[in-house]
Design a protein around this ligand. Structure first.
Ligand SMILES: Nc1ncnc2c1ncn2[C@@H]1O[C@H](COP(=O)(O)OP(=O)(O)OP(=O)(O)O)[C@@H](O)[C@H]1O
Ligand SMILES: [Mg+2]
Length: 224
């Protein structure tokens, strides 16, 4: 286990009419490798805001976020997003006119990173997530929601990074499929990834090693 990401004295403010409103107030938390984290909190509490900052999609206004002791600001946001983190969006963001396998391969191409034997690797990862070759070769509109969710996860795995961030990854799934997806995330954490999931689901949260709850802009640790 190592301290991978450290959030230090982080504030985040949004413009609200004439004034600025702080959504995150002096957040100090650490994320380690090999652990599954759940970020919970009521709607509008700032979960997606925190995830956007952790994934380098939004820039830090005040305070700092470091990756292996180096500020994301110094690493550079583009490099950080490309090389160090993989994000799974709630809406999957799959490209509908492509097949599952094309979606996974395109994700590698967009990142412009080198992945050895990317096509075989993509099939392999999909297979490990329960998507066989026949399904992988179908357009994503012709596979189920749970399968689409797995494709979105596969896309985040084909390029190896230590951090996986997911916003409501089981939001649209039934309980059984949710359990299967949780197992995938737990397995990734046990293999040394740092997995951070924003969720409303009690079921997902209870499987996490650590639960961070955002309340009135502050973070409380609910389970340690
Ligand atoms: N770009 C923005 N400009 C202004 N206010 C914003 C912006 N993005 C989010 N907010 C506000 O900041 C607060 C936190 O939003 P955020 O999306 O982080 O909440 P959340 O915890 O993810 O909620 P949910 O569970 O509904 O997804 C909300 O009050 C929201 O309206
Ligand atoms: Mg949100």
């Amino acid at each position: 286990m190592e301290n991978l990401i450290e959030v230090k004295n982080l504030y985040h403010r949004y413009e609200d009419g004439q004034k600025m409103r702080a959504v995150l107030k002096d957040i100090n938390i650490t994320f380690e490798t090999g652990k599954l984290y759940a970020v919970v909190g009521s709607s509008g509490s700032g979960k997606t805001t925190l995830l956007s900052l952790l994934s380098g999609l939004d820039s830090v206004q005040d305070g700092d976020i470091t990756y292996l002791d180096e500020s994301i600001n110094d690493i550079g946001y583009t490099k950080y997003r490309k090389e160090f983190v993989n994000v799974i969006f709630q809406s999957y963001n799959l490209i509908n006119y492509m097949t599952a396998i094309q979606n996974v391969i395109t994700a590698v191409d967009i990142k412009k990173v080198k992945v050895h034997n990317k096509k075989e690797k993509a099939y392999e990862i999909l297979e490990s997530l329960g998507i066989d070759k026949e399904t992988a070769d179908r357009e994503v509109l012709k596979i189920s929601g749970g399968e689409q969710q797995r494709v979105a996860i596969a896309r985040a795995l084909v390029h190896d990074s230590k951090v996986i961030l997911a916003d409501e990854p089981t939001g649209n799934l039934d309980d059984d499929t949710e359990d299967e997806i949780i197992d995938i995330f737990k397995d990734l954490a046990s293999k040394g990834k740092c997995v951070i999931i924003v969720t409303h689901s009690q079921n997902v949260a209870k499987h996490a090693d650590i639960i961070y709850e955002i309340k009135k802009g502050k973070i409380e640790i609910k389970k340690d």
